[in-house]
Design a protein around this ligand. Structure first.
Ligand code: FMN
Length: 207
């Protein structure tokens, strides 16, 4: 964790909100930071009753100005179908080092085949090409006869990654509520931040 948080942030609502964004923005670039791999929750409405669906994703971008949190995924995945059907979604982050849980509610949408997706695809193809390799294979969840083909560790060229493009989805999560829970021996601190338009309200709540 490289974010430098203000002294006493945990006792101040505004500083707590600021710290959340500092932590998430820093986590994007820190491979070992647990805050980089939140759990994304969606609603699976394909059965008789809607059921929650959870999975880890890598946080690829965090923007404190827009409040957007971004990830990339396979356009053929279950989560993509779930979000197309129902954009209501949640993210759960936990930092064991800080004993800080961050719960986020909002909506998530996927960019597939558009200019925003293309910009991100090209950026990732140049900076982290290995993360696009899953999109070259069979659709997630496809039964296999055996183990998947071994992926080469060599440097992949942009042109070789192009077949991944139709399957690439850039997910943008727009929060409407953020809750923090800091486990603290003095008394746990739980705060709720709600967005109305461009404004956020803040409130301490019982843990
Ligand atoms: C640490 C970790 C990070 C992951 N990051 C991503 C990711 O960024 N995008 C993604 O689509 N799947 C990611 N996965 C795989 C998903 O958790 C999930 O297995 C896969 O996307 C299929 O999910 P679905 O069938 O619910 O769509 C990650 C898994 C782990 C364990």
């Amino acid at each position: 964790m490289s974010a430098i948080l203000a002294v006493g942030w945990e006792d101040d609502l505004a500083l707590t909100q600021q710290s959340v964004w500092q932590l998430l923005c820093a986590a994007v670039n820190e491979a070992d930071d647990p805050l980089r791999t939140p759990v994304l929750g969606t609603v699976n409405g394909s059965g008789a009753e809607p059921v929650p669906a959870l999975r880890a994703v890598v946080l690829r971008a965090a923007d404190s100005a827009t409040g957007h949190l971004s990830f990339h995924t396979d356009a053929r995945s279950a989560k993509a179908a779930e979000l197309a059907h129902n954009p209501q979604a949640a993210l759960l982050f936990y930092s064991p080092a800080l004993k800080l849980q961050i719960r986020v509610e909002g909506t998530a949408s996927l960019h597939v085949g558009d200019a925003i997706a293309r910009q991100q695809f090209e950026r990732i193809a140049a900076s982290a090409p290995h993360t696009l390799l899953p999109y070259l294979g069979a659709a997630p969840g496809t039964p296999l006869e055996g183990l998947p083909p071994v992926l080469s560790r060599r440097r992949w060229q942009s042109a070789e990654l192009e077949p991944a493009w139709p399957c690439f989805a850039w997910g943008v999560f727009v929060p409407r509520r953020i809750e923090t829970l800091l486990l603290d021996a003095r008394g746990h601190r739980r705060a709720r931040f709600d967005r109305a338009g461009t404004q956020w309200s803040a409130q301490w709540i019982a843990a």
